[in-house]
Design a protein around this ligand. Structure first.
Ligand code: G3H
Ligand code: ZN
Length: 287
């Protein structure tokens, strides 16, 4: 059964580790993430962007697929199905479709409007027992059509949003979606420390988890980050493994053209990436 992300993230914050959110794109992605979580006895959050939601046939299709896998693959670790960078309308659709967790990304609205819309969603999510993530400041770069200026969050605004009763808070602290540029200045730990001081026990979320050096990940966790989002890194490992299989001509041998064989190396590559992240974030054996 899908669960809200609330308990797993509160436990992570108290235990000083982070739960990974891994974005899914199709059946193979979903199965790879779920099996890796189960094998490592780790809680996990499946992230679905609005673009990936459309690609997979719609939110109800995704809920059906994930619930089917939880049952038939005997997944017993805590799993949340989470809308990633959702619009206000997308959030409402996912709530109706049966998602267990929602991110409302109101970071592009003026703070008053972000507060207004977040407040309304807090009351809907509370009533239904769903977790809700809000965003303040913005994440640089682009993810599935969501473009952010990379504006570092104002800690006072973070407190205002946290006080609305959201479950977890994403703050822009110099993090970027996709690959980090060579001249990246790194995460703003002083801002993160201030946000943590003002928001207390609230689990903080680090977006743009691809390519952040290990020491920065560990420092972010020590300053209250309890959820880390990873998307591009799984895509890169999937693409590299698939490319290798084809470039080595394996698709031309025997039944190598069978889609189940063509997708197998990418599937294994996603599993390896997810396992590596779970170990780094400290969520192994925390189910
Ligand atoms: O919302 C999802 C992410 O923040 C993932 O970022 O693609 O840089 O790993 P990433
Ligand atoms: Zn993100």
């Amino acid at each position: 059964m899908l669960v809200s992300a609330k308990d797993m993230l509160n436990k992570a914050k108290a235990g000083k580790y982070a739960v990974g959110q891994f974005n899914i794109n199709n059946l193979e992605w979903t199965k790879a993430v779920l099996l890796t979580a189960q094998e490592n006895n780790s809680p996990v959050i499946l992230g679905v962007s609005e673009g990936a939601g459309k690609y997979m046939g719609g939110y109800k299709t995704i809920v059906g697929m994930v619930n089917g896998m939880l049952e038939e693959l005997n997944i017993t670790v805590p799993v949340a199905l989470h809308l990633d960078h959702g619009s206000y309308e997308g959030a409402k659709k996912c709530i109706e479709a049966g998602f267990s967790s929602i991110m409302f990304d109101g970071s592009h609205y003026p703070i008053e409007e972000n507060i207004e819309k977040t407040k309304e969603l807090v009351s809907i999510c509370n009533e239904k027992g769903l977790s809700l993530e809000a965003e303040v400041g913005s994440i640089g770069g682009e993810e599935d059509g969501v473009v952010g200026a990379g504006e570092v969050a104002d800690p006072n605004e973070c407190k205002m949003i946290a006080d609305l009763g959201v479950t977890m808070l994403a703050a822009g602290i110099g993090n970027i979606h996709g690959k980090y540029p060579e001249n990246w200045a790194g995460l703003s730990f002083d801002v993160l420390a201030k946000i943590q001081e003002l928001t207390g026990t609230m689990p903080l979320v680090l977006h743009g988890g691809t390519g952040i050096p290990e020491d920065m990940i560990k420092k972010a966790i020590s300053l209250g980050v309890s959820k880390i989002n990873v998307n591009t890194e799984c895509q890169l490992s999937f693409a590299a493994a698939t490319r290798k299989y084809i470039e080595e001509g394996k698709d031309l041998q025997g039944k190598g053209f069978d889609p189940r064989k063509l997708l197998a190396p990418g599937f294994e590559a996603i599993k390896a990436t997810v396992k590596e992240k779970m170990e780094l974030f400290g969520s192994v054996n925390k189910a």
